[in-house]
Design a protein around this ligand. Structure first.
Ligand code: FHN
Length: 451
């Protein structure tokens, strides 16, 4: 057959390939310029808050097992998906939760409005798998957002893009009960479901300080959908922040990404303190115990561990979103609440060295971390390497040194080193905060490695 024959296999294949390429280019990967950015002052305000409460809660707390992930194994799907019929957290008090966040020194709150299991903690018109269908019946999101507004705590819903209950998401872990699918799952319908619920949340309970997305990593979700959802949320509320899990740029638990290439306003390192980074805003999310949702007798972090995470996060120029898992009766476990109040007592004394600061100029190391604000540097000495701490030199003159709250600290400065001494009896049990006044805006001092 002559290759010139227009219907020859060669030409047919060529035509199909060309048409496919043209279609791909037309549908195309979103360009960086198509991502609607955050408002700079909203980002700065969030960074200055530094510390928030993360809450993972739902009917799964009746089992004491992990939210979402325990559905199917070890909790049979049928059992998991019917827990809501027994969910009656009669001791839930938005006033108690928000007051605890304030006592802890937390400035914002993020609650799992809908986790991977698909259960909605608000009365949604788009599903009956929600709080309105439980014996409890009360709208948790409404009560919590009203209380947050009353007490001046910023609120943002955590919302899982993946949804192992909704039929049109259809990922490998299976769909919810009662959906006799006579068709293939349709991700476009799921995207509509997601957008409808986000619009519903925003209109009923907003404005929010953030849309905290999660569950972006499975295959049905694409970069194109991520950029589209980012822009959808930005149009819903122009000053809202959106984390990087709206799109596909997060590198697993490492949590950081390439802004501009992928949508999202900040990185989300998980269960680890993020690496020092002043160029890309970031927030470490971490559990106060080991499990995100409530687990009886779970291992609770010590006050030292909690404060070290807070200080090293702020010293890295990041925010900390510290998670509690409330119990099935609606209370936050007393021992978790006590730990949070202990953090609050420390912040009462030392909060100026955390709130409204930037990380550095000494980058975090085994010794501790530093934060800065105006012409002040706060050294957070977590581990004294002996009688004195020696740090690298900085291109600024130290004009005075003392302990935060008073008390003496001696500092000797040369071009290449700074030696800090505080008598053992004046050192903090967990953190010794030394306040250095310098002769210039401390954030302009180039960050220096201080292992
Ligand atoms: O799978 C979830 C997990 O259950 C939890 O919600 C964390 C919190 O950031 N996010 C996902 C894991 O990265």
């Amino acid at each position: 057959m002559s290759p010139t024959n227009a219907f020859s296999p060669f030409f047919v294949a060529l035509f199909v390939a060309t048409a496919t390429l043209a279609q791909t280019l037309a549908a195309g990967e979103p360009s960086a310029s198509s991502i609607l950015p955050a408002q700079p002052d909203a980002l700065q305000k969030w960074q200055e808050m530094r510390f928030g409460m993360f809450i993972h809660w739902g009917p799964v707390s009746l089992t004491g097992r992990e939210i979402g992930w325990s559905r199917g194994k070890p909790t049979p799907r049928e059992e998991y998906d019917n827990l809501y019929k027994r969910f009656n957290p009669a001791q839930f008090s938005a006033e108690e939760w928000v007051s605890l966040a304030k006592q802890t020194g937390m400035k914002y709150m993020v609650l799992t409005s809908k986790h991977h299991d698909g259960f909605c903690l608000w009365d949604s018109q788009y599903t009956d798998y929600d709080i309105a269908s439980t014996p409890f019946g009360r709208d948790v999101i409404k009560e919590l957002t009203d209380e947050c507004k009353r007490q001046g705590i910023a609120f943002g819903p955590y919302y899982s893009i993946l949804d192992w209950y909704q039929p049109d998401y259809g990922e490998s872990r299976g769909v919810g009960p009662g959906y006799e699918l006579d068709r293939q799952p349709d991700i476009r319908k799921h995207v509509d479901y997601v957008k409808n619920q986000l619009q519903e949340l925003n209109q009923k309970y907003g404005p929010f300080h953030v849309f905290w997305f999660d569950g972006e990593w499975e295959s049905p979700w694409t970069h194109e959908m991520g950029v589209d959802l980012n822009n959808f949320c930005r149009r819903l509320q122009p000053d809202v922040l959106i984390n990087n899990r709206v799109d596909k740029g997060r590198r697993g638990m490492h949590g950081m990404f390439q802004p501009g290439e992928f949508a999202g306003d900040y990185g989300t390192p998980e269960q680890r303190v993020g690496t020092f980074d002043r160029s890309v805003p970031w927030e470490t999310c971490m559990t106060i115990c080991r499990q995100w949702a409530w687990k009886p007798n779970d291992e609770l972090k010590s006050l030292q561990q909690c404060l070290q995470v807070l200080v090293l996060t702020a010293g890295g120029d990041g925010n900390l979103l510290l998670n509690v898992g409330p119990m099935p009766d609606g209370r936050i476990e007393p021992r978790q609440a006590d730990r949070l109040r202990e953090m609050g007592a420390w912040l009462q004394e030392n909060g100026e060295s955390i709130y409204g600061t930037r990380g550095g100029p000494f980058e975090p190391g085994k010794w501790g971390a530093s934060t800065c604000k105006g012409k002040t540097i706060y050294l957070h000495v977590l581990n004294w390497p002996g009688d004195r701490l020696t740090l690298p030199g900085i291109p600024a003159k130290i004009t005075s040194a003392q302990l935060l709250g008073g008390g003496s600290a001696s500092v000797e400065q040369s071009d290449d080193s700074i030696r800090v001494e505080v008598s053992p009896e004046n050192r903090g049990e967990i953190d010794t905060v030394v306040v250095l006044q310098v002769d210039r805006d401390a954030v302009m001092i180039p960050p220096v490695d201080a292992p």
